[in-house]
Design a protein. Structure first.
Length: 302
């Protein structure tokens, strides 16, 4: 295994930032000859050039770009390590990592995590909001202990357990032609402009695929990164959208919007908790898992 030292990696990052050996040497308070020697030794060790030497500085080779990516990750992880350990010295007694999709973060996790924190006040919770596909990848790659995502997204290799269900509704401006309906099928709304989430979101994939199955297509006028962004676009009359009912409820009084329940069976959606293996969870992560699922670890759904 190659042996990298932190001083050289930090120096390489400085060179990439400054695009100059001389400027990097000044930034790191090192002699130019020492900088040149360290980079030459690094290139010899990895077996390929990392820099193009130009008359007015340097540029990264393709291998250099790869080196820079990993070097930055190393220092990011070191900073997280330092922060985590300092928290332990200040009384934190455990740490659990949780990735979840937007639906779970907005609708359910605030209450669930508040209850958990009240029961385990010394436990640090690292929560990251991600697309369902990203949550699944993070669990598989050991970047998180527990993931929450939509069941309809393939998650082969993970154990999944029921978490919550939500009801999808059509959101329209109050003066929209569809606003007066008691309930509606998605197919009846596809002639109108839609405001949707970004391309990789589980909600966008679900609604688009269901429209295609009914031989319809969505006229997606605008794509944004948040439920709130969708709601504000609809409030301004830019289109209609599909969102979980609970995520809309608190905005009904302040925005010019209304909801119409969707009759489609798929609009009643299930969120699941995903893990690699119950038996490999740390004690703290297992407490979180049981808190979220309210079930025993012996009954995986898949």
């Amino acid at each position: 295994m190659m042996r990298f030292d932190f001083i050289t990696l930090r120096l390489f990052i400085a060179i990439a930032d400054e695009r100059s050996l001389t400027a990097a040497a000044n930034r790191e308070n090192m002699a130019l000859a020492a900088v040149s020697k360290r980079i030459s030794d690094l290139e010899s060790m990895v077996g390929t050039p990392l820099l193009y030497r130009r008359p007015r500085g340097v540029e990264l080779t393709p291998a250099g770009h790869a080196m820079l990516h990993h070097a930055r990750n190393v220092f990011d992880q070191l900073q997280r390590l330092s922060a985590d350990l300092s928290e332990y010295s200040e009384g934190v007694r455990g740490h659990v990592r949780l990735h979840a999709n937007t639906s779970a973060v907005i609708q359910f996790l605030p209450d669930d995590l508040a209850q958990f924190s009240a029961e385990y006040p010394g436990i640090k919770i690292d929560l990251e909001e991600k697309l369902s596909t990203e949550v699944i990848s993070a669990v598989k790659d050991n970047l998180t202990d527990i993931g929450i995502f939509s069941r309809h997204i393939p998650s082969d290799g993970l154990q999944t357990f029921s978490y919550r269900t939500d009801q999808l509704v059509l959101v329209t401006p109050q003066d929209h032609p569809l606003a007066g309906n008691e309930a509606i099928f998605l197919a009846a709304a596809t002639d109108y402009d839609f405001i949707g989430l970004e391309q990789g979101s589980s909600l966008h994939q679900l609604v688009s695929s269901q429209a295609r199955q009914q031989q319809k297509s969505l006229h997606t006028r605008i794509q944004v990164r948040s439920f709130e962004g969708i709601l504000h676009m609809i409030d301004r009359g830019m289109g209609i959208g599909v969102l979980p009912e609970k995520s809309v409820r608190s905005h009904l009084a302040s925005l010019n919007i209304c909801t119409v329940p969707l009759k489609d069976d798929w609009a009643h959606r299930e969120l699941v908790v995903g893990i690699k293996d119950v038996d490999t969870l740390s004690s703290i992560s297992k407490h979180m898992f049981l808190h979220l699922t309210k079930t025993t670890s012996s009954n995986p759904l898949t």
